[in-house]
Write a protein that binds this ligand. Sequence first.
Ligand code: SF4
Ligand code: SF3
Length: 542
Amino acid sequence: MGMSCNQCQESVHGTGCTVRGVCGKDEPTAQLQDVLVYAAEGLALAAEKLAGSVSVNVGQLISESLFVTVTNTNFDEDSIVAQIRKTLAVRDELNASLDHCSDHDAAHWNGSSKEDFLAKAATVSINSLSENEDLRSLKSLVLYGLKGLAAYTDHAAVLGYHDEDIYAFYVKALAALTKELPADELTGLVLETGGVAVKAMALLDKANTTTYGHPEITTVSTGVGKNPGILISGHDLRDLEELLRQTEGTGVDVYTHCEMLPAHYYPAFKKYSHFVGNYGGAWWSQDKEFDTFNGPILMTTNCIVPVREAYRNRMFTTGMAGYPGLKHIAARAEGKEKDFSLLVEMAKTCKPPKELENGKIVGGFAHNQVLALADKVVAAVKSGAIKRFVVMAGCDGRHASRQYYTDVAAALPEGTIILTAGCAKYRYNKLELGDIGGIPRVLDAGQCNDSYSLAVIALKLKEVFQLDDINDLPISFDIAWYEQKAVTVLLALLFLGVKGIRLGPTLPEFLTPNVAAVLVEKFGIKPVGTVTADIEAMMAGA
Ligand code: SF4
Ligand code: SF3
């Protein structure tokens, strides 16, 4: 039967991953993820037939199910099977309330065994979206955009924030993926996904900043203390909040890893003296760093890489994350916190982390903080001290070709400011790039989930400089992508009218030449080139 996955930047070029994912995802896991997407489509078709709004329960369930299939989030067959069953059960409830079956094929295959689901997988892979490769490419763009969106709305939902319009869009778009639609309708759906992405990022921004305050300029240590520690990775701030509360006064320190680094920027977490620093770099080097951390590690979301024996018994998952053989910390019971006592007790028996480095990272430049510096920034632009902003947000990844981003950051002229968000920053956030009149040359807005801040900052600059078009700003976009949240951010930028984005280290494999040509023609998207040529072009405004 084989697997067929091409959703991330590390997809095997030319064929997608067909035997085993570069990410480590094996064939049954990939197939069960396809079936889970298919079950979510069945749920959407049932919800589409109901008059009125899409319920929060259905919207949240779709968010969770799609999030499970985001690259490097969940490798655990049993938990994916459980999520398929949950999704089908709600689909069946909706169909029962309508008193008819969905015409989606899913209505006839809700067998309960994993084998049943695997047998179904052959007919529901990404290839089944359409026989026409261009239509399949457009549908893939929508589906991957939805997966990234799902991560945003799941994080917002965890904090109690929902938007029924976004949930209604899930239903509309997932249902559309099951239908034969012409290219122009699918192109419209791609752009609409970008518009909904802006809404979802704004919702998550509101959820995070209302709950934890607005990020502030913060210096984070990359060294280690003398106490044992727990390392928390992924993107879920509520998990961190509860872990910090449950470790307070226990003699166990808490460290962030990868995309949890920006948690240090939030006022709500600054009061914890045992929240000591950040350990290691971007997600892909975890198989070296987790060994030397010595204590328990909690993965709240992506990115998990194949787990090594050296730390397997110290690693835990929670939320939508999963990995076979790792202990999973259960969801919150109504009105209760998650129970992290297993990690706390284990940490007390562990050695302190081994020092990897002993420096600092400065961040916290989300929209509120940057707008507080607006006068200074505007004056620096007017005086010519700041010549250009370069947005280098997105994801990091394993490939050596991503050295491009380090080299661009190092070689950009001194009058440039790098605006970043996401784990792409690890390619240059430990370089000494200095400042411009006190404004650091790398302004880190936060996680990939905080890319919204970069759009707000750009729109504010447009307003301050009284420009009609965002593309008239002295700003260039040199974006790095890896997983599907970056696809969502890209669609959001296109929706906001940003033109001429450089995308790398390679263009998505799921774009056919015809679909890529449309993006080039309409939006001027281009692949990254050489460091020298790209810097020269960006400084010239291209
Ligand atoms: Fe391959 Fe990426 Fe899919 Fe993993 S997520 S199987 S690396 S395309
Ligand atoms: Fe990174 Fe996985 Fe995308 Fe959140 S942690 S940006 S890749």
